[in-house]
Design a protein around this ligand. Sequence first.
Ligand code: SAH
Length: 348
Amino acid sequence: MSRIQGILSQLYNENYIPKYDMIYLLENLHEGSREQLFDCARKIRSKYYENKVFMRGLIEFSNICSRNCIYCGIRAASENVDRYRLSKDEILSCCKEGYELGYRTFVLQSGEDRWYTASKVADLVSSIKELFPDVAVTLSLGERSYEEYKLWYEAGADRYLLRHETASRNLYEKLHPDGDFDNRRQCLYNLREIGYQVGAGFMVGLPGQSHYDLVEDLYFLKELKPHMIGIGPFIPANSTPLAKEKAGRVEDVLVMLALTRLMIPESLLPATTAMGTLDPRGREKALMAGANVVMPNLSPIATKSKYQLYDNKICTGDESAHCRMCIEKRINSTGMKVDMGRGDSLIA
Ligand code: SAH
């Protein structure tokens, strides 16, 4: 057995390998061994989640942001962004449309927009829960205090997505001129302590990111054990400091998805829109590498194109009902099946 074969079988059987083996794997995977890796990831995924793909309806409710992450198309300093905020009624009507299309979980995402005060968000969450008692509500509004997170949890929020972005302190600090590496991580631990199902995650192919940095992501996640892990390629966004940089590679994201599936087998892994943006079959490929969640967009058609985290984002002209059907066909083409339930993680 070659060293790669040995490492893959240890990873498959024990869901763990030492860091030096992980580095070796990343440096030496070739086409044949990549397919074996994906095959292992699919087997583990099926063992825990069968062939189900969980659907979450995404509502991007504000592109106003006070932060300046240098990769992000809606950063505060970007002047050519048409800024918007959805009102409570507009958000509720997106939920209603989503509910009628069969969604039982909504993800409310925005820039870091303090106009949505702690009490406005709590009120929004409790109204959604009152109208649709059988849905799971996920928030993704960035970094807030322990007390705010707690208030929203008490108002009925079930889950919170906050990607750690990169587990390398050095790279994190270069990308987030107004960010605090330790605070972002602390937020994840706070959310977990409060009782949320937590989503972390990272970008692949960031300028200056090495295999060593990516290995740090895997071991940080192994320790944090989040319920969900969002992994997508970096894609340049116009009028940001990284506008002229190269995008991450779909193949590299697939490898990281598969490794994450093997290291944290019970996690939920979305096939991200960013994957579909770089490759027309990017989301299908992600599902074939161990992913098991998709997050179709439920935002109003008038604002879909304004939430441009990166250039050429797909599906911004499509009605929510169209997205629902389109994604189902794509899922079926991989031999997997749509599951419209709440899709709770198996992680305790
Ligand atoms: N304000 C929220 C939501 C951020 S946007 C928060 O802080 O969590 C959601 C995710 O999009 C980010 O976490 C980041 O990982 C991703 N993203 C932003 N810009 C991107 C880009 N240029 N390419 C790829 N992904 C990007």
